[in-house]
Design a protein around this ligand. Structure first.
Ligand code: TYD
Ligand code: MG
Length: 453
């Protein structure tokens, strides 16, 4: 059929193809082919927008303040930037079983107090979702549950219910019958997401989409959808730990650096009220290779224990293992220790672990990691009341880091008295920030090793 010969088009170069292939044969772009129906719909929408809007001087562009709906979960609101935004779309990704459905069901239950709330489940049956909702104490709310996977049915229901907030669990399970391809394929994912995002925008609904990260679905997973939504959140947890983190990797409505902390319990997800206390609860006293780091991802500072174990030099095979910090960063720090300090690690095995299952991405944890390894190697315990933070450079220098005030405040609140920190950062502190803690400014890693006892 002639119609079939142009059923797909490349987003990048516009070339047509008779059937879907992973790579455009004209321009070699990967995953760029989509059904013409989708392309046409988008082009038309773009045309609509162009016709409506004209460029305005920056002083005359209306800036409507963003209205927010509290999700009833402080840690989720924190990561969103103050609550869900009606008309906005948020994609929540994470491994199967991490707790995405639980989190969003609880959030929607709270939104139901502000307006109609709709939970669309394309995976579990409505009965399963309802059972879980009742178990989570949401049985008496006005939360509505719809167990379908057909896009048209969802659109009909939204027109009826006109929800203030809505969850679609998962976007991989929803299918547009008009496209012919099975649910979860790239074409379906794009079209379904585009249509749901449009729908949410039109109806002023705060939309949460669940996206799976599976081995097979890696390509057809959340990655492809990230540019279609306003915010992308990633829900993570170490296997075997009840502790969960929620991070934004993209957020048009707020900062993308805030981290939400949760605990999975019998009664669903609970916010961690005093995270530093939780992370430090089982800290061994007087043990070498254990240092408390003051981290600050987002506005909040968290104290965590960094642990290191070093094997006897010459005995191990030079194995290096990092849990909770980046492996490449650890390799760099070990090289700096080796070359710039008296810590001659040689081929010794080195293990580093952030206790409690938190993953730290900021370089301000460098100093604590290096000191934990040095302490383990030298069999020298750090002082019990000591906290450390700072970035370590290749010359062995300790470099300044941001959000010092929050780190010092958290250290003080948790009863720590001495803070090892970059000299340049210490210089910028105010008397009020220094109150109650002794600052130990250091310029080099060698200096820090001398001062940690
Ligand atoms: P779920 O939200 O279904 O994960 P996802 O949607 O990301 O696949 O949560 C799955 C796990 O959470 C499951 O192993 C059971 C556990 N869980 C609890 O421990 N307590 C609870 O109250 C709930 C609802 C789930
Ligand atoms: Mg689920």
């Amino acid at each position: 059929m002639a119609k079939d010969s142009v059923a797909y088009a490349c987003r990048e170069c516009g070339a047509h193809a008779p059937k879907w292939v992973g790579r455009c044969t004209a321009c070699d772009a990967w995953g760029s082919l989509e059904e013409l129906a989708a392309t046409a719909a988008r082009a038309q929408k773009r045309g609509d927008r162009r016709a409506r809007s004209a460029a305005l001087p920056v002083s005359e562009v209306p800036t409507d303040t963003v209205y927010r709906v509290g999700t009833g979960i402080g840690e989720l609101d924190r990561v969103l930037g103050g609550g869900a935004v009606p008309g906005g779309a948020v994609l929540v990704g994470g491994d199967p079983g991490v707790g995405k459905s639980t989190l969003l069901l609880q959030a929607l239950g709270a939104c139901a107090r502000s307006g109609p709330a709709l939970y669309v489940s394309g995976e579990e049956s409505a009965a399963q979702v309802a059972l879980r909702a009742r178990r989570l104490g949401l049985g008496e709310t006005t939360l509505r549950v719809l167990g379908v996977s057909e896009l048209a049915e969802i659109e009909d229901e939204v027109a009826q219910v006109w929800p203030l907030a809505m969850v679609v669990d998962s976007v991989q399970a929803v299918r547009d019958a008009g496209l012919g391809s099975p649910a979860g394929t790239i074409t379906q994912l794009r079209e379904v997401t585009m249509r749901l995002v449009d729908l949410a925008q039109r109806e002023g609904t705060a939309l949460f989409l669940v996206g799976h990260v599976t081995k097979e679905g890696g390509l057809a997973g959340p990655k492809v959808l990230e540019h279609l939504v306003d915010a992308v959140l990633s829900f993570e947890g170490e296997r075997g730990h009840a502790f969960r983190t929620l991070r934004a990797t993209k957020n048009r409505f707020g900062s993308a650096t805030e981290v939400g902390l949760f605990e999975m319990t019998q009664e669903g997800l609970r916010e961690v009220a005093q995270p530093s206390a939780m992370f430090l609860a089982e800290r061994p006293r007087g043990a070498s290779g254990s240092i408390v780091a003051a981290t600050a991802e987002g506005a909040r500072s968290l104290l965590v224990e960094v642990q290191a174990l070093v094997g006897h030099p010459g005995v191990g095979a030079g194995r290096r293992s990092a849990t909770g910090v980046d492996g490449a960063r650890l390799a760099m720090l070990l090289a700096v220790l080796q070359r710039r300090t008296s810590v001659e690690l040689g081929q010794a095995d080195v293990f580093v672990n952030v206790a409690g299952g938190l993953h730290i991405e900021e370089p301000a944890v460098d100093l604590a990691v290096a000191l934990a390894v040095a302490g383990a190697f030298l069999a020298r315990p750090a002082a019990d009341d000591l906290v450390a933070f700072g970035e370590v450079g290749l010359a062995g220098e300790v470099r300044g880091v941001p959000r010092c005030a929050a780190r010092l405040a958290e250290a003080r609140a948790m009863g720590f008295r001495r803070v090892l920190l970059p000299a340049s950062t210490a210089q910028r502190t105010t008397a009020a920030e220094r109150d109650g803690v002794e600052l130990v400014p250091v310029r080099s890693l060698e200096e820090a090793i001398d001062q940690m006892g």
